[in-house]
Design a protein around this ligand. Structure first.
Ligand SMILES: NC(=O)c1ccc[n+]([C@@H]2O[C@H](COP(=O)([O-])OP(=O)(O)OC[C@H]3O[C@@H](n4cnc5c(N)ncnc54)[C@H](OP(=O)(O)O)[C@@H]3O)[C@@H](O)[C@H]2O)c1
Length: 252
């Protein structure tokens, strides 16, 4: 019996992960390295990015770190210019806000759309246009069930940015298929990362909210990272334009 069979292997692939300094992006980078990938890590915070780098499995070609604020056009362009040819990208950098719609001014929408929508869309556009995404490569956008469901009060501004991202994902999947580049998204439910512990929702509210999940808990970063590995790997080579909901059954 051949025990080496592993359609989820990422050996031989170079994969960009944005938001690699924390939470879902950090975990995705670490698990992708365990699956054999060479990583390009991106975020703004050098120290935290270094912590991620320290946790990667070694790769013969070495991993790469790139610092960029993805809401700043020049920094996106500088980062794209420094990228090696890629076989995959997980565009995870993002933010959230809990804000009743009556306080959702144009400024608040702009802030959220800048980081959650315009940043990944511009990065994906440039990577495709400059032919950095190799044939059979896979782009994974991290969206949210906030974009598909009214999952918690006060998430309209956030949810709109993620719904827009999912819409572009489908068009990109159709257009990029001509070069055999796949584009999918993951829509996580609530995942236990620093993002949800910033005080806008109290720890008591979070514990109460977790009870609404049929599988009895919030997600862990590896629940999402493992989905990303599937979408990056050749196991999903006939899948494009799909939003993969990973939410412990919340949206049933
Ligand atoms: N946690 C959840 O419940 C949940 C649920 C659904 C979807 N999501 C989505 O999952 C993604 C990751 O979230 P997380 O929970 O892992 O959050 P997190 O722990 O706060 O990590 C966010 C990451 O994004 C990076 N980032 C933020 N703004 C950036 C900018 N302007 N330029 C470059 N990088 C930036 C941060 O790095 P630096 O600060 O170093 O730049 C950090 O690495 C986000 O898109 C989020 O909306 C999260």
């Amino acid at each position: 019996m051949n025990t080496d069979y592993n359609p989820f292997s990422l050996a031989g692939k170079t994969i960009l992960v944005t938001g690699a300094s924390s939470g879902i992006g950090q975990c995705t980078a670490i698990l992708c390295s365990r699956m054999g990938a060479r990583l390009v890590l991106a975020a703004r915070n050098q120290e935290r990015l270094q912590e991620t780098l320290n946790q990667l499995n070694e790769h013969p070609d070495g991993h790469v770190t790139l610092l960029a604020d993805l809401t700043v056009q020049e920094e996106v362009e500088r980062m794209v210019a420094a990228l090696p040819p890629l076989n995959g990208a997980v565009l995870c950098a993002g933010n959230s806000t809990t804000l009743p719609l009556q306080f959702g001014s144009r400024e608040k929408f702009d802030e959220m759309f800048d980081v959650n929508f315009f940043a990944p869309v511009e990065l994906m556009r440039l990577m495709y246009k400059k032919k950095l995404l190799q044939k059979n490569s896979s782009v994974v956008l991290i969206a949210s069930i906030g974009g598909t469901h009214s999952f918690m009060p006060g998430n309209g501004v956030y949810g709109a940015s993620k719904a827009a991202l999912n819409s572009v994902m489908r068009y990109a999947a159709r257009e990029f298929a001509t070069r055999r580049v796949r584009v999918n998204s993951i829509c996580p439910g609530m995942v236990d990362t620093p993002l949800i512990h910033r005080g806008t929702i109290t720890e008591e509210q979070l514990a109460e909210d977790a009870k609404r999940y049929p599988l009895g808990r919030y997600g862990n970063p590896d629940d999402i990272a493992n989905g990303a590995i599937y979408l990056l790997s050749d196991a999903s080579s006939w899948l494009t334009g799909h939003d993969l909901v990973i939410d412990g059954g919340f949206s049933i």
